[in-house]
Design a protein around this ligand. Structure first.
Ligand SMILES: C[S@@+](CC[C@H](N)C(=O)[O-])C[C@H]1O[C@@H](n2cnc3c(N)ncnc32)[C@H](O)[C@@H]1O
Length: 307
């Protein structure tokens, strides 16, 4: 019996996952990997972030707490790829966290350089405190706000309250990182903030890795985001499975990339001492001259140079 491409049995939608993919309008963005790969606890959220930015196409995106750009850059990546009309703003002090810690300058240069090279024209880096930047934005202007500063309950609450007026009443979305971290000794209280907020607005709790809370503060959100935020718990768990599985793959991808980077760095360090010993090379060229002189004496003419 011959078969053709037209002879196929439609896939059975076990668990209703195909229906969810269609309702959320999830496309190939879920398969992308980040272009800017750095150490972070944000990797698992990247597929969800890609999709969210594609659907929302925010006019203004603000990130409070950027550090080395693990979360900020994927938003810029998807905005550039889809040609969304978004102005992106990264805000961070990039100041030493502990005495003797100089990584802040390296992180600032990394983020600033990557932004200038790839996202010039729509990305602005602000080296300032969150509070000092609030008045740069008009009321209701921000359509996507990411809160990822210090992790105490009080500071997370303060950041939300200080920026609340700037959120769009129509398309406003707030995302909050680290809602899944319960680390009392380090004063992590984002989960307590999230517990208090998630009932006040339509919300989606993405409890994979360090966790990301999605809060719908606007009342005119695109249908796909409304579906995410107001589905029943069973559907939300399935949505978490879809984005979470891909998110764990992004983490693995990032770990492999970072291992490769650190290996090539170690190799460079290993061979560095050779470059630091020019005397070896000077001795080498001295010996070559003696050898050429010897050949000159022996053959009575300059020998042909080696190929
Ligand atoms: C957890 S890190 C951000 C991580 C980043 N979003 C990522 O996923 O890679 C928090 C950052 O917030 C910055 N930060 C905390 N409080 C701040 C404030 N009040 N003003 C400006 N920056 C602040 C710190 O300098 C730090 O770099």
């Amino acid at each position: 019996m011959s078969s053709s491409l037209n002879d196929f049995t439609p896939l059975e939608d076990v668990g209703g996952y195909l229906d969810i993919l269609a309702r959320l309008d999830i496309g190939f963005e879920i398969e992308w990997n980040p272009e800017h790969v750095v150490n972070s606890t944000w990797h698992e959220n990247i597929p969800l972030a890609f999709w969210m930015a594609k659907i929302l196409r925010p006019s203004v995106f603000v990130e409070l707490g950027t550090e080395n750009g693990a979360s900020y850059m994927p938003f810029c990546q998807v905005i550039k790829r889809f040609g969304a009309p978004t102005k992106c703003h990264a805000i961070d002090l990039w100041k030493p966290l502990n005495k003797g810690d100089n990584s802040h300058q390296y992180k600032f240069d990394l983020v600033n350089g990557h932004s200038e090279l790839h996202y010039q024209g729509f990305s602005t880096i602000h080296r300032a405190s969150f509070d000092d930047c609030v008045d740069m934005f008009d009321a209701g202007e921000i359509e996507l706000l990411h809160i990822d500063g210090r992790h105490s309950y009080e500071e997370t609450r303060h950041n939300f309250d200080a920026w609340a007026d700037k959120l769009s009443r129509e398309k406003g979305i707030v995302i909050v990182h680290d809602i899944n971290v319960v680390w009392e000794s380090e004063n992590f209280g984002v989960y307590r903030f999230w517990d208090g907020m998630r009932g006040k607005y339509p919300s989606f709790t993405f409890a994979v890795g360090a966790g990301l809370g999605v809060l719908g503060v606007g009342n005119g959100l695109p249908g796909q985001l409304q579906y995410l935020l107001s589905s029943d718990n069973e559907t939300k768990l399935k949505i978490q499975t879809i984005f979470g599985n891909r998110g764990l793959n992004v983490r693995r991808f990032a770990e492999i990339m970072l291992q490769g980077k650190s290996l090539s760095w170690k190799m460079t360090q290993k061979w560095k001492p050779l470059a630091k010993k020019p005397r070896i090379f000077r001795m080498n060229s001295f010996l070559r001259k003696i050898f050429r002189g010897y050949r000159w004496l022996r053959h009575g003419h300059a020998p042909p140079s080696a190929p």
